[in-house]
Design a protein around this ligand. Structure first.
Ligand code: F6R
Length: 328
């Protein structure tokens, strides 16, 4: 399956993941610690936003080799890795085992899948696809289903099923994606900005632009950006294209648009469709993902290839093998 085809099947991915990952018997614990990198790690950011917004257990996101010291047998550690072979996530999972934390593994297989099976840990299965970012809906729903069932995130399975409808690649979503891609094709650094819990979406779209379109992009969030970033805008007038992620439910976007106008910055407003927070971040993820693939086409690059990331991953593995070898 091609990259674009996989994105166009996100609704199907979400519904299959929901169906297949019920009844895993996950224990919620006192807090949820989500470990993962890149296209898998973003699931942690989305979960943290959901729990901040809707309630549930506190969610901490770890994009690192080590777990926080306070993690213990009352914590639920969720190791998310599409490939199951990401060293940072494998390392956190090993620590979770040592600390006797409650555990959930979300993966399509790899070393993580094998270890979890050997230990008898619950495994939420992610479907195989061309890349982690292309099976986002499977990753997110495979993580959400058991956590929702365990009461760790205050969202019902029914609500998850309903929200998946916005992942249908409608004519409107495709039109929005095309228009966003064109508005950001001028070669400037694309700055995704969002307010509050929508910041996770800005991070996701920045990553999508980096990986699919090979485009320079960054993510900034309100209200914090009003206390630092904004001061640099007049000097970045020729360098940035601002993308304002607008859920239409808080007043910050017009404030931001005003500031961008004063600084002479090019800006584009992406109105997030949907009837709930969850629907709006899902819809924004789809439109941003499709826009990044369209931008790849406009820039003449292959959205599926990520050679620099592959090389980095290989080097980290080598380095760790050497360190572990030296430690005996
Ligand atoms: C996204 C992508 C990377 C990986 C990251 C972690 O498509 O390829 O961002 O997600 O390198 O790898 P996994 O997800 O396999 O743990």
């Amino acid at each position: 399956m091609g990259l674009l085809e996989a994105y166009l099947d996100w609704k199907g991915q979400a519904l299959r993941a929901l169906e297949e990952n019920k009844g895993l018997g996950v224990e919620a614990g006192r807090e949820v610690v989500v470990c993962g990198m890149g296209g898998s790690g973003i699931v942690g950011d989305y979960l943290a936003s959901l729990s901040t917004r809707l309630g549930g257990l506190p969610v901490y996101v770890v994009k690192d080799y080590r777990l926080p010291r306070w993690v213990g047998d009352e914590s639920l550690v969720v190791a998310v890795s599409y490939s199951g072979n990401t060293v940072e996530t494998l390392s956190c999972y090993s620590e979770a085992v040592e600390k006797k934390a409650k555990r959930l593994v979300v993966t399509s297989g790899g070393r993580l899948g094998e270890r979890a099976k050997r230990l008898g840990d619950p495994v939420a299965v992610v479907e195989k696809g061309p890349a982690a970012r292309a099976v986002f809906a499977s990753l997110f729903y495979a993580t959400l289903a058991p956590l929702a069932e365990a009461g760790a995130v205050r969202v019902g399975l029914r609500e998850l099923e309903t929200a998946a409808r916005v992942l249908e690649p409608s004519v409107e979503a495709r039109r929005e994606a095309e228009s966003l891609a064109r508005a950001t094709s001028g070669g400037r650094v694309v700055v995704f900005t969002a307010c509050c819990e929508y910041a996770a979406l800005a991070w996701r779209l920045k990553n999508e632009y980096n990986e699919n379109a090979k485009a320079a992009a960054k993510a900034e969030s309100l209200p914090e950006l009003g206390h630092n970033e904004i001061q640099s805008w007049p000097s970045a007038a020729e360098k940035y294209t601002l993308v304002l992620l607008d859920p239409g439910e808080e007043p910050h976007t017009s404030l931001l648009q005003g500031a961008a106008g004063i600084a002479g910055l090019e800006s584009y407003r992406l109105v997030l469709r949907g009837e709930s927070f969850l629907e709006r971040i899902l819809w924004g993820s789809l439109v941003g993902g499709l826009a990044s693939i369209k931008l790849a086409e406009l820039r003449g690059v292959d959205p599926a290839e990520i050679p620099a990331i592959k090389e980095y991953r290989g080097r980290v593995e080598e380095l760790l093998a050497r360190i572990e070898g030296a430690w005996g």
